[in-house]
Write a protein that binds this ligand. Structure first.
Ligand SMILES: O=C(O)CCC(=O)C(=O)O
Ligand SMILES: [Fe+2]
Length: 345
């Protein structure tokens, strides 16, 4: 099913051609204005008089008119959608924000292809969905996220300069997980912007944990609701087997079934990489239950594999999806820019 929202697709002139003449003209004026606004933002001194002259209210009205067509197309029957016709290097018109939030609640993963954005643009986009994390590097804490963070932005990359990694989570396969499950307050959402991607492999996989919960028999749902699980994390470990070995540095306990605050849907909150055990079931029975649930929620019917192209901006909801990464050749460069989003205090 396709949801149409108002926004001009300036990357697809044929979309414009399908509009009635009047709307085409309005859209083109809006498009030109948006370009002007974008230029003004990058060269503020030269064009500030234009902004003052027109006034921000009028600017917003014109941009909203220009937001004629954006298409949101499901990426997979269970999870994810592609959003085209939205250029995130420009200010997003006010009426579009709610539509994007609604789409985010509905699809859990949104991909905006063909973006040309800097880190400020990405942070501004992330701020539409919550509080953008700006944690300072802090070497005293146990939390590996805080140790790794520069203020806000983080790079996911296997690129090495003078033998030293320029980013985190560098190489190969990474098992399913939910960002920040090892923290008392996990991350609400994560954004990744693709700068360099390998020719093959390195897809990010998204599993709809609400659909996985809903597909379980009622008696099992009732049994799980009320249980909790312990989650661990260490940035140097990307598979369950590695994570189970030795000295995890950070952990937290959360309910095994969570209710999404925006949709009211219940979902499973456990993952192959991070969930060490179900609390009170540190025996074979608990391990069997965990293994069964992990296999269940990774079934293809719940999972969308995102094939990256440079310029893709993806946001996902850690409250309703797990994500993983497929293996990729070690001699190919991969570089993505990341911001996480937390609940607003
Ligand atoms: O590299 C990827 O595709 C995903 C990395 C990841 O898990 C993350 O950024 O949270
Ligand atoms: Fe992650």
């Amino acid at each position: 099913m396709e949801l149409t929202i108002r926004r001009v697709d300036d990357r697809d002139p044929f979309t414009l051609l399908r509009l009635p003449d009047f709307l085409k003209r309005v859209a083109l004026i809006g498009l030109a204005f948006r370009r002007l606004m974008s230029f003004r933002r990058r060269k503020p001194c030269m064009l500030c008089c234009v902004e003052n002259g027109i006034g921000m209210n009028l600017a917003n009205v014109i941009m909203n008119i220009a937001n004629q067509i954006a298409k949101i197309r499901p990426a997979h029957p269970a999870v994810g959608a592609h959003v085209t016709g939205v250029y995130l290097g420009d200010p997003v018109g006010s009426d579009l924000v709610q539509e994007l939030r609604d789409a985010f609640a509905r699809y859990s993963v949104l991909c905006f292809p063909g973006q040309d954005i800097d880190s400020d643009d990405q942070a501004a986009f992330a701020a539409l969905f919550g509080h953008v994390d700006r944690a300072d590097a802090d070497t005293e804490t146990d939390d590996p996220d805080r140790k790794q963070s520069t203020p806000g932005v983080k790079y996911i990359s296997n690129i090495r300069k003078n033998g030293k990694l320029i980013g985190s989570l560098p190489d190969g396969e990474m098992h399913f997980h939910s960002d920040g499950a090892h923290r008392e307050a996990p991350y609400r959402a994560t954004t990744l912007f693709a700068i360099e991607v390998p020719d093959c492999g390195g897809e990010t996989r998204f599993a709809n944990m609400a659909a996985a919960f809903e597909a379980l028999p009622n008696n099992l749902q009732a049994r799980l609701d009320g249980l909790s699980a312990r989650h661990v994390f260490n940035y140097n470990k990307t598979t369950r087997e590695e994570m189970r070995r030795g000295d995890e540095v950070a952990h937290a306990v959360h309910p095994l079934v969570r209710t999404h605050p925006d949709t009211g849907r219940k979902s499973l909150y456990l993952s192959r990489l991070m969930t060490r055990n179900i609390v009170g079931m540190e025996n074979d029975e608990g391990e069997d239950l965990l293994t069964m649930l992990l296999d269940h929620c990774e079934k293809p019917k719940f999972v969308y594999d995102h094939v990256w192209r440079p310029g893709d901006l993806v946001i996902w909801d850690n409250r309703s999806v797990n994500h993983a990464r497929m293996d990729f050749p070690s001699d190919q460069r991969r570089l993505l820019r990341r911001y996480t989003i937390s609940d607003v205090d």
